[in-house]
Design a protein around this ligand. Structure first.
Ligand code: NAD
Length: 334
């Protein structure tokens, strides 16, 4: 199949080209994000392959349809950037990679917790400058602390398992609690408010939906313990960044670890080190010593990227052969 691959980086080309030896699709790599400005690049292609910050709005889908595109292949799990109703109406199939390595994201989540707790980001800089003082670097034992996991799907469960290994007490909240997971991993489901009230660390692992947009806002932060650690490796818009800044300024939030940010599409995955960044909220977040931000890299392990590429190519092959696919997002939501 002829596929226009948007938002590509050198590593995407390397992994896709190697895996495509056995799939034989015609892949053309484009650096820009898919948007109304770039959609004309898809002319002559039957499929587009997109990532987390591509825009697959109603308008873009309409333009894709007019160009003859029949398939949108997401090379990620989340599909919050796709207008699914419009895709359904236009008869465009949307496929995704539902799971590629929950370990990659869960391990990065715990990495953020540990780096913030033990101030590794600050220690790294101090030692390089010959400053061996420990003032300001005191952390806490993870053992015995209460961690609240919001969303106990694939990533939330692996995160809970790692934290149980540290000797943490794990509480969880999910729209669809699964008592089997809870007894197997040794965590307890509680209400959203009880989780916020009781947790020393709150970690987000639910998808971005209309219901979870700004789930962590000023009202939610007010219910948390003083000095709480907040971690978001899920989607930026689940947290209200303005409320985070207020929480950090007042000391209510003691540590903040982000791998995602609501307005990340204008920032992440690019080298902007020679530019003036215009996002004042993001830049304010960077000024706090107790904030650690990574640029949507939680998924970025060899194993995960290999799986993403293999499943994406298999999805395209399946669609080409059968005009349908087991990883069809619209069918999974019926
Ligand atoms: P999953 O579908 O396996 O699990 C999501 C869980 O969230 C489910 O148990 C679901 O019931 C629950 N949920 C849905 N709505 C909820 C709500 N309103 N309140 C509480 N719980 C709710 O997904 P997953 O594979 O574990 O991934 C979780 C999220 O992680 C994805 O949606 C994606 O946004 C994010 N993610 C980030 C990266 C990264 O690199 N940072 C990589 C992969 C996934």
């Amino acid at each position: 199949m002829k596929v226009a691959v948007f938002s590509t980086k050198p590593y995407d080309r390397t992994f896709f080209t190697a895996a495509n030896q056995s799939s034989h699709h015609e892949l053309v790599f484009f650096q820009p994000h898919l948007s109304m400005e770039t959609v004309s690049l898809a002319a002559g292609f039957e499929a587009v392959c997109v990532f987390v910050n591509d825009t697959v709005s109603a308008e873009v889908l309409g333009a894709l349809k007019n160009l003859g595109v029949r398939l949108v292949a997401l090379r990620c799990a989340g599909f919050n950037n796709v207008d699914l109703e419009t895709a359904r109406t236009l008869g465009i199939t949307v496929v995704r990679v539902p799971a590629y390595s929950p370990y990659a994201v869960a391990e990065h989540t715990v990495g953020l917790m540990m780096a913030l707790n033990r101030k590794l980001h600050r220690a790294y800089n101090r030692i390089r400058e010959g400053n061996f003082a420990l003032d300001g670097l005191m952390g806490f034992d993870m053992h015995g602390k209460t961690v609240g996991i919001i969303g106990t799907g694939k990533i939330g469960r692996v995160t809970a398992g790692i934290l149980k290994g540290f000797g943490c007490r794990v509480l969880a909240y999910d729209l669809y609690p699964n008592p089997d997971y809870a007894s197997e991993l040794g965590f307890s489901y509680v209400s959203f408010d009880d989780l916020l009230k009781a947790s020393d660390i709150v970690s987000l692992h639910c998808p971005l939906t209309p219901q979870t947009r700004h789930l962590i806002d000023a009202a939610a932060i007010a219910k948390m313990k003083d000095g709480v650690m907040l971690i978001n490796t899920s989607r930026g818009a689940i947290m209200d960044a303005r409320a985070l800044i207020q929480g950090l300024k007042s000391g209510k939030i003691g540590h903040l670890g982000l791998d995602v940010y609501e307005e990340e599409a204008d920032l992440f995955f690019e080298d902007l080190s020679c530019q003036i960044i215009q996002d004042d909220i993001f830049m304010r977040l960077l000024t706090f010593p107790n904030v650690l931000i990574t640029g949507h890299q939680a998924f970025f392990t060899q194993e995960a990227v290999n799986n993403i590429v293999d499943v994406t190519l298999a999805n395209i092959t399946e669609f080409e052969r059968d005009q349908q696919c087991q990883n069809d997002v619209l069918k999974s939501l019926v």
